[in-house]
Design a protein around this ligand. Sequence first.
Ligand code: SF4
Ligand code: SF4
Length: 414
Amino acid sequence: MQKENKANYNCIESLKKTGAPIIIVTAVEEAEAIAYACRDNGITVTAFCDSEKRITENLFCGLEVIHTPTLPQRYPKARFIIASQHIPDCVEQLTGLGYGESEYYSILELLKNFDVKKHQYRISQSYMSSRLAVCRKTHEFYFDEEKVYMRSLDVMVTTKCSLKCTYCSNLMQYYVDPKDTENDEVLSALDIINANVDHISEYRVIGGEPLMNKGWADIVNGISKINTEARIDIYTNATISPKDEQLKSFQGKNINFIITDYAELSYNIDTMIKKLVKYNISFNRQQNARWIDCSSIRHHKRSVSQLEEVFKQCCVKYVYTLLEGKLYRCPFIANAANLNAIPDNPANYVNLLSEQNNIKQKIRRLVKTVNFFPACDFCDGRPYDPSSKLGYDGKGMIPMGEQVSSPLPYKAYN
Ligand code: SF4
Ligand code: SF4
């Protein structure tokens, strides 16, 4: 990336001046707070832009959301506030669209004195507050390239799931013999990561269905001891209701439930929500949506430049994943490797529990790799913009939560 296309730290004085239209990049949840922060500072935002076409179908905070690839036709010149946590990817994409000379701004100055409690949002104030804390950290580390930073670490506590979604992007539909992870092993691996990474903003406790692992709450509490600052999100399909004592043990901690609502399949959703409200545990219920297919394991035999494109377009390449003592760059690689569906290649992971030397260096390589991993050649890709075929070989949009009755067969490329 060219130096002039780095985002600027400060923005308020520049954006208050008359100039090209101001666009907030990506209509993520925290963009709502950023729009309020602009208004509070006398900055007039023209529109949002987002790479996901379906997000552009509705207004966001009363403003239009423009599909990013079409932005140059609407506004050949623009000034950009990057709300997304993937700042370099946004700047690179916009530069590629012809905004080479444009101004890019981080949200840091805008959020410096922002009072979350002053406004109401589509999500709860407490959830917005914790999302903004992660957003701030991500932007701070953008300006500190020497540090090894993980915005998000997926902690897989089981490969068992109470549902069997045909298109599960974490590949649960292929497991014939799903297993819970060993709690001690998970916490030891997390200790190692914590000691070798400068900052982790959030842990996502996932599965399968994490509540299938009877020790899931102990792992959650263990994470909150290892890293007292981070947010912990528990991703659940609401088929299993947590026990009262488990929820009591989370009180006063930065622990949230992210509930995917699979309609009648999420048969414990009302009980779960009642309990979360009772114990004052924050949650976010995600309504039925359409998914993007990225669940096939096949060998594409791509060229290096094709692999680079697939990786460049990938929206989960920062979703670091811990599974069975190994740290991976994304959940697809973690599960494809764990299923023995792809050739074992140490370039795809860091084996935290068996590596003796240079763990820090190895984690750094995993985090800072910007081209691609060997495993990406077995993945259809997972693009920011699923309406485009750029760097993507999957089926596109698919119905959410379709079920299979037994594990799906897959080819093992060994
Ligand atoms: S609920 Fe469906 S998508 Fe979620 S982990 Fe289970 S199988 Fe995968
Ligand atoms: S493209 Fe690579 S990094 Fe992205 S999901 Fe596929 S395997 Fe993971």
